[in-house]
Design a binder for this molecule. Structure first.
Ligand SMILES: O=C(O)CCC(=O)C(=O)O
Length: 241
């Protein structure tokens, strides 16, 4: 039987944007940026308690992780209480709260770290997808192994709880690591990854395009109805990359 190679996900502290870009960013390797958002106001604004107090009446839809067609539509307050308490093996997971004008107040002082500059922010066009989400889940909720949308890269900042990440590279090497509150995980373009919530979690995540992955994203987009976006990104590459 083939033995599986498992390594610890690399982790760094206090890595500034330039050194990040010239290492993990350009090489396209996943990494945990320990404590990167520890002091952000978001850590307080998006805690279970603050969300319940400030946005408890907002309506949300959550789906089970395995039996995905089983959905509930609850208030955020009711969902937060459920997420903190349930021990179900296949719990409801809230993964679809995108940052739109209608939900912007939920995102508090959300900001994109300078490590992950997002060229999509330059477009004021309703056809350009919004790729910023708030994700909330109980213990046992999970995202199965997947590749990210449109071949983008992503960052994921954890507000509360513990997530276990698994990445797999093209050679079949597996990387695993635990993300704790204040940590940011970088997922580069083209890396299969899955996430398991070891306790109730709240995180923010954003998929992005910039000079580190614009080739992959435009190649992907030219085969979709978003061809016009590929052309616009090509133009940005000629100016900024
Ligand atoms: O936190 C999660 O469950 C999912 C994060 C992730 O992999 C994604 O958004 O692509």
């Amino acid at each position: 039987m083939e033995s599986e190679l498992i390594r610890a996900l690399p982790e760094v502290t206090d890595l500034q944007p330039e050194p990040f870009l010239s290492t993990y960013g350009r090489q396209g390797h996943p990494v945990i940026l320990r404590g990167m958002m520890r002091d952000w106001p978001l850590m307080r604004q998006l805690s279970f308690e603050s969300l319940r107090i400030s946005h408890g009446l907002h309506e949300v839809t959550a789906h089970r992780c395995v039996q995905r067609d089983d959905e509930v539509r609850w208030t955020l307050g009711a969902y937060l209480t459920y997420a903190e308490q349930t021990q179900e093996a296949d719990p409801y997971y809230l993964t679809n709260l995108a940052c739109t004008p209608a939900t912007a107040d939920l995102f508090g002082a959300y900001q994109t770290p300078p490590h992950f500059v997002n060229w999509l922010d330059a477009f004021d066009d309703p056809h350009v997808p919004v790729l910023k989400w708030l994700i909330i889940g109980p213990r046992n909720s999970f995202s199965p192994m997947h590749l990210d949308t449109m071949d983008t890269s992503a960052w994921n900042g954890l507000i509360a709880g513990i997530k276990r990440w698994t990445f797999r590279d093209a050679a079949g090497v597996t990387y695993v690591g635990e993300q704790r509150p204040g940590d940011v995980v970088f997922t580069p373009t083209g890396w299969w990854h899955g996430v398991e919530n070891l306790s109730p979690t709240v995180c923010v995540t954003e998929n992005f395009v910039n000079h580190t992955n614009v080739d992959a994203v435009t190649t992907f987009l030219t085969q979709t109805p978003l061809r016009h976006l590929a052309l616009a990104l090509e133009h940005m590459r000629s100016r900024y990359a």
